[in-house]
Design a protein around this ligand. Structure first.
Ligand code: GAR
Length: 225
């Protein structure tokens, strides 16, 4: 599949004045589940389409029949599903995923509850412009069970981290974090629900700032003018 060139160079999105955005940053959002973070982005954009500074141009997933895809369809957005099991190798899956996303020419890719680790081909195209949200205060409790692991460890505070994706598991440069207190009566579901309340607000805020102001990544530091 031909891959249209990205409209900005990774990590060097140019400033767009808040008051008069010339163009809205193009977002492809990736989901694997309920998609409440996606919904928060869609709601923020619907509330102020120009002022927010970004638009969702497509929503992708690694599985069918999830609420995240239904939310996208309800919003009238194109969707795509690229499943690992439909490909001979993980590398092939990664290549097809990257090419499918590239066809939408995103400025930023937002991994909003996407439960897959991306590979080399994906990072070659979207490294430095893929934002992930994780339900723990990285570098503590990376991986697929950030909420459960913080609870099991006995942490008194946890939260969420919005970061750029690199070739590790939840190791990329941190953009912003939100703190949530762990309560003695918490189980995984209750704690995750309180984290997600903070996370949705943080993700919307961070993506909007990146889109409107541009950013630079210097080592582990993310600088938003
Ligand atoms: C979010 O809490 C996100 O941090 C988490 O999945 C949830 C998705 O919720 N992601 C991970 O755990 C990735 N390691 P949502 O589908 O309602 O947006």
């Amino acid at each position: 599949m031909a891959s249209p060139p990205p409209s900005v160079t990774p990590g060097t999105m140019q400033n767009t004045p808040d008051e008069h955005p010339r163009t809205r940053a193009r977002l492809v959002v990736l989901v694997s589940g309920s998609g409440t973070n996606l919904q928060a982005l869609l709601d923020a954009i619907a509330a102020d389409p120009q002022g927010y500074g970004a638009q969702v141009v497509a929503v992708g997933a690694d599985r069918d029949n999830i609420a995240g895809l239904e939310r996208a369809a309800k919003a009238g957005l194109p969707t795509f599903v690229v499943k690992v099991k439909d490909h001979a190798t993980r590398e092939e899956w990664d290549r097809v995923l990257a090419a499918t996303i590239a066809a939408y020419a995103p400025d930023l890719v937002v991994s909003a509850g996407f439960m897959k680790i991306v590979g080399k081909e994906f990072l070659a195209l979207f490294g430095g412009r893929t934002v992930n949200t994780h339900p723990a205060l990285l570098p503590s409790f990376p991986g697929a069970h950030g909420v459960r692991d913080a609870l099991a460890y006995g942490a008194k505070v946890t939260g969420c981290t919005v970061h750029f994706v690199d070739d590790g598991v939840d190791t990329g440069p941190i953009i912003a974090q939100g703190v949530v207190e762990v309560r003695s009566e918490d189980d995984e579901a209750a704690l995750h629900e309180r984290i997600k309340e903070v996370e949705r607000t943080l993700l919307v805020e961070v993506v909007g700032r990146l889109a409107r102001h541009g950013y630079r990544i210097e080592g582990r530091k993310v600088l938003i003018p």
